[in-house]
Design a binder for this molecule. Structure first.
Ligand SMILES: *Cc1c(COP(=O)(O)O)cnc(C)c1O
Length: 247
């Protein structure tokens, strides 16, 4: 797990990183935005820690993982190497993993229910940390009108967002940083991200420090940046197609 990346892989990662940075710059230019407003998160799930170390050497600071049990050993190796990375937890999160995630996460992107807010707040306080939290919003049309539990791939229904935002803002150990969404499968991304932007604006009206819009993956970063994304979460375009994670 600690082997240095071979030169071929390093060159591959350098090239894909340059290409992703160029796509971000082009999307920002098209949207009249400053690329400095957009943070690239390298989503390294299923890839070995040697890839994370290589990306860190190429200047990547923000790293995303979606499973606690996979993230923990990667964090340990990178911490031991003194890399100073910021870890973003982007996957569906079980309450029983809150204590672990609260120890290493810089930002949790997937806060979508009250029980999770309570657990993360308690665990972050115990760890003496402040955890930045994003409300994950479901943009699935089935959830658009509802205020009950979301139907799709995680995320709160839009109607639940104000209450969750208020709960995070009021919880010791947590900081409300903004909103996150995944574009619904099989639909065009741009209108979904436009909806997310509206939701982000209503949250910002009450909590001016909650500026983050985490949106955009390899296939739709342009649309996300056009609709105000401040954080893009890029896996495939940086690291290649995912295979099974091997430790
Ligand atoms: C895997 C993942 C990504 C990255 O997706 P790619 O299409 O590989 O860029 C982004 N966000 C979340 C929540 C993910 O799970």
């Amino acid at each position: 797990m600690n082997d240095p990346p071979d030169q071929e892989r390093l060159a591959e990662l350098a090239a894909s990183l340059a290409a992703v940075r160029a796509s971000i710059a082009a999307a920002c230019a098209a949207a009249g935005r400053d690329p400095a407003e957009v943070t690239l998160i390298a989503v390294t799930k299923t890839f070995p820690v040697s890839d994370i170390m290589a990306l860190a050497g190429l200047g990547v600071i923000d790293v995303g993982e979606n499973k606690d049990q996979e993230a923990v050993p990667k964090v340990a190796v990178c911490d031991a190497a003194g890399l100073g990375l910021r870890w973003h937890f982007v996957g569906q999160l079980q309450v029983n993993k809150a204590a672990s995630v609260a120890r290493y996460a810089h930002m949790v992107h997937s806060v979508d229910r009250g029980r999770l807010v309570t657990a993360l707040g308690r665990r972050a306080s115990e760890a003496g940390r402040v955890l930045r939290c994003l409300v994950q919003v479901s943009l699935d049309p089935a959830d658009a009108a509802g205020s009950g539990p979301a139907a799709g791939r995680g995320g709160a229904a839009p109607g639940q967002v104000p209450e969750l935002a208020a709960q995070i803002a009021a919880t010791e150990g947590l900081e409300l940083a903004g909103v996150m969404a995944v574009a619904p499968l099989g639909q065009s991304a741009r209108p979904a991200y436009a909806r997310l932007k509206e939701i982000a604006e209503t949250v910002r009206a009450d909590y001016p420090l909650a500026q983050v819009i985490s949106a955009g993956m390899s296939g739709d970063l342009r649309e996300a940046i056009a609709e105000g994304a401040t954080h893009v979460r890029i896996g495939t375009a940086l690291l290649g197609g995912r295979r099974a994670f091997v430790r």
